[in-house]
Design a protein around this ligand. Structure first.
Ligand code: HPA
Length: 249
């Protein structure tokens, strides 16, 4: 089964029918993880809003281990994350999409592995390519299909380096100029440890990122939350079309 982890702006998915909720117990949280089952044309996907139903859990407080464990327990094999990001690459103006192919992890203090206790031996995973290439391709095909069906085509960047920041604050202008030198094309706060945990559990993971602002210092002035909200709202209908197309594949 396919799962969608929704980020900022995607706490619920319109255009799909809810066909049930699962409350899943995991060893990583006292509270059970809620996963919604959504249907479109007889295909079902599992939906997990990363920041909680009411968008109250900040990026550094998300229980990534519980979330991914719950999806795995439910029988999920492929995970598509939908993330709002800040754009650095010139193709990633607000409103443009990217399907990144690399990650640099700048986070700290997050519980980032299942291989920590009660080990029979120390375990390392290969993470050369943090995103599943086949799933990336399928996602790209779905974006192209959604673009064909829409009267307003969206820009889509195939590839890109996602810099994962600790947050919840946004960056300083100097930080962004250093991150650009590091090779980052887009910035977010949640791909790590999510992508690594998916890999540890053997699930394919890919991301559809929506640029909601230019990263700090790349334009005159400061980042305004109202502008981010407007871009998110504008982008989410398109995201739903992409997910519908993805589910038909
Ligand atoms: N930086 C980091 N994360 C983000 C941004 C940003 O500019 N915009 C949305 N998520």
């Amino acid at each position: 089964m396919l799962a969608v982890i929704g980020g900022t702006g995607l706490s619920e998915v319109n255009g799909f029918e809810s066909v049930g909720r699962k409350r899943i117990y995991t060893p990583y949280a006292e509270k059970r993880v809620w996963v919604e089952l959504l249907q479109y044309r007889n295909n079902t996907l599992a939906f997990l809003p990363r920041h909680g139903k009411n968008h109250v859990i900040p990026p550094h407080k998300v229980n990534y281990r519980a979330n991914l464990w719950a999806l795995h327990k439910l029988g999920v094999t492929q995970v598509v994350a939908v993330n709002a990001v800040g754009g650095i690459h010139e193709n990633l103006a607000p409103g443009a999409f990217a399907i990144p192919d690399q990650i640099i992890d700048y986070t700290y203090g997050r519980s980032a592995t299942y291989f920590e206790e009660d080990l029979e031996s120390v375990t390392h995973i290969d993470f050369t390519n943090p995103f599943a290439e086949t799933l990336r391709r399928t996602l790209l095909d779905s974006v192209n299909a959604a673009n064909k069906a829409s009267n307003r085509a969206r820009l889509i960047m195939d590839g890109g380096v996602y810099g994962c920041m600790q947050g919840p604050r946004l960056e300083t202008a100097a930080e962004v100029s250093k991150l650009k030198q590091d090779g980052c094309d887009l910035l977010g706060m949640t791909a790590m440890p999510e992508a690594a945990l998916a890999r540890e559990l053997g699930m394919g993971y890919a991301m559809l990122a929506l640029s909601v602002n230019w990263a700090a210092g790349l334009f005159e002035g400061e980042i305004r939350m109202e502008e981010i909200t407007a871009v998110v709202e504008d982008g989410m209908d398109f995201v739903v079309c992409v997910l519908q197309s993805l589910l038909q594949n």
